[in-house]
Design a protein around this ligand. Structure first.
Ligand code: URA
Length: 294
């Protein structure tokens, strides 16, 4: 059973989310209360984290970049299927779960934007928490923000991001269906590779995001992202790692090349497409033979 503290923490996050949305009253039905208890049960286990998230939730500034929850495409899957909403009550529960996830993600985003845990914060314009669907099948993870991302506070919005959008669409998804984030949330000077200690300082944010998002699959893009998420892989080349499943927090992780690398080496688009086809197979989704991503 969740503790009273955990239930109150989740309730505080829900109310903070509603206030942030500009709502001054909220319907609190039995179904919502039941869902808070269920959600607390699932997310309990780290009172310190829950307390930190709640503390940030209480001080969230107007969230310019948070996206509203949207419905995930209802794909069949070879993995355990997500709970299917079958009644108005269940629909309410699902909306509620997405709202809870979005509220928790917004709290993490706020924490990222005010983070000073490593020296990278000193030169940033914006922290880049990542964005997308709060209940995604796939989480795409890159290395760290570049100049465009730093300027806009959003992950993968520059040229590499445009190619990533095409890759996602070639898989039969939209950017709104998936979640896109980075190992490091602040831009390193001159886009240098983040140091191990900078990755370690930042990784708790991604771990918290993964715990909330519960993606079915993680796609780690580029050697640095793979190294950040699976430190044991450091001695192996990305050319050997790609195409072979690893895990992060128990979730299947597919290493592949970074879209920025593909911009310089278009011959590598073929192996990346093979990796993404493998991801679709894992999800039990239709696997297009040819990529239309160019
Ligand atoms: N490269 C990355 O690794 N992440 C971004 O968000 C943009 C470019």
């Amino acid at each position: 059973m969740p503790t009273l503290q955990e239930i109150l923490t989740d309730t505080a996050e829900y109310v903070a989310w509603k206030l942030e949305e500009g709502e001054t009253s909220a319907e609190v039905s039995r179904a919502i209360l039941d869902e808070l208890v269920v959600s607390s049960t699932r997310t309990s286990g780290s009172p310190a984290t829950a307390a930190a998230v709640a503390q940030h939730a209480a001080s969230i500034p107007a969230e310019q970049n948070a996206e509203k929850p949207s419905v995930v495409s209802g794909a069949s899957s070879t993995l355990p299927p997500a709970t299917t909403a079958t009644s108005p009550m269940a629909d309410k529960g699902k909306d509620m779960k997405d709202e809870m996830r979005a509220a928790k993600l917004a709290a993490i985003a706020a924490a990222v934007r005010s983070c000073t845990l490593c020296p990278l914060h000193a030169d940033r314009t914006n922290g880049v928490p990542g964005q997308g669907n709060p209940n995604p099948d796939i989480l795409f993870v890159g290395e760290a923000p570049g100049a465009d991302e730093d300027a806009q506070g959003l992950a993968f919005v520059g040229r590499a991001g445009q190619l990533l959008t095409k890759m996602i669409e070639a898989m039969g998804f939209t950017r709104e269906d998936v979640f896109i984030a980075n190992v490091n949330k602040c831009r390193p000077p001159a886009n240098r590779k983040p140091l191990r200690e900078e990755m370690d300082a930042c990784l708790p944010y991604l771990r918290q995001q993964v715990k909330i998002l519960q993606p079915k699959v993680i796609v780690a893009m580029g050697a640095t992202a793979v190294e950040g998420l699976v430190p044991e892989s450091v001695s192996q080349k990305i050319s050997d790692l790609r195409g072979h499943w690893l895990t992060f927090e128990g979730i299947p992780l597919m290493p592949t090349y970074h879209p920025a690398y593909l911009l310089r080496n278009s011959a590598m688009k073929k192996p990346v497409w093979a990796d993404l086809q493998e991801v679709l197979r894992k999800l039990g989704r239709p696997v297009p033979k040819r990529s239309t991503s160019g």
